[in-house]
Write a protein of this length. Structure first.
Ligand code: ZN
Length: 256
């Protein structure tokens, strides 16, 4: 298992249309052996599946409705998620969750869409990939309510504190660690030394949240090694162990 897994990258987006081949080549050259693609909504599915078709060994799709795409047509969107899940295999239900950063209009619908999709995952024995922004405590509360012992998943782009990390680990969920670990005021330098490698997976969230020294520019899966280097430093573990442990965690969680 000597390769990295980027557990969260939107490499099907237009940001990569001009150089997707070269960008994925750089990822492979840097030891990234699998890239998991979270869906956004019905408008992103076709592009995502085209990338899977072009790079079937490398790129693995998920299916879900992103909280920022929960709008007036949420019922129709959720029907499409369910329909797609019934037709073929996906690695996870994702990304799903809650987000009050941009818009608070659909908060009730967001919570309902989240619960519905967690239950879709439960029905199909799939893990969930959770996005939350400004809503971490509320979302942990919801997962506590929904956890029946069989639910597995990851809080992607974890940026919370030690107490929140502890609650997530207590729920048998993983923390998705990305570029924020390299930010000066990211806060993960207070959290990672205390939790070690057993409950984390790595991610880039490409094209967003590029790690230092690429901060503010387009992110891509080859930068996962930069994030891993910082995780090695903060957990005081050799980089080889960061690779073997996070890859093992991701393979187990997503049945890769
Ligand atoms: Zn995402």
């Amino acid at each position: 298992m000597s390769y990295w897994i980027d557990t969260h990258a939107h490499i099907y987006l237009g940001e990569f249309d001009a150089d997707r081949d070269e960008m994925l080549q750089r990822a492979t050259q840097n030891g990234v052996g699998k890239i998991l693609m979270p869906n956004i909504d019905s408008g992103s599915v076709d592009a995502m599946l085209r990338v899977e078709e072009a790079y079937p060994e490398l790129c693995v799709p998920m299916m879900g409705l992103h909280p920022c795409s929960v709008k007036d047509d949420v019922e129709k969107q959720l029907y499409e998620v369910e329909n797609r899940l019934s037709k073929r295999k996906f690695a996870a239900v994702g990304e799903i969750g809650t987000d009050l950063y941009w818009d608070k209009t659909f908060w009730e619908q967001q919570k309902e869409a989240f619960t519905i999709q967690v239950n879709l995952a439960r029905k199909r024995n799939l893990p969930v990939v959770i996005h939350c922004r400004e809503t971490l405590d509320e979302t942990i509360d919801m997962v506590e309510q929904l956890q029946d012992g069989n639910l597995a998943g990851v809080f992607h782009c974890f940026t919370g504190n030690s107490e929140q990390a502890g609650r997530i680990i207590g729920l048998n969920f993983y923390l998705g660690i990305g570029g924020v670990a390299t930010f000066k005021n990211g806060g993960l330098d207070n959290v990672l030394p205390g939790i070690g490698l057993d409950n984390i997976v790595l991610e880039t969230d490409s094209p967003y949240l590029a790690p230092v020294p690429h901060r503010g520019k387009r992110n891509e899966p080859s930068y996962l090694v930069t994030i891993a280097g910082r995780v090695a430093q903060l957990t005081n573990q050799p980089i080889e162990d960061v690779m073997s442990k996070t890859t093992e965690n991701a393979r187990k969680l997503f049945s890769l």
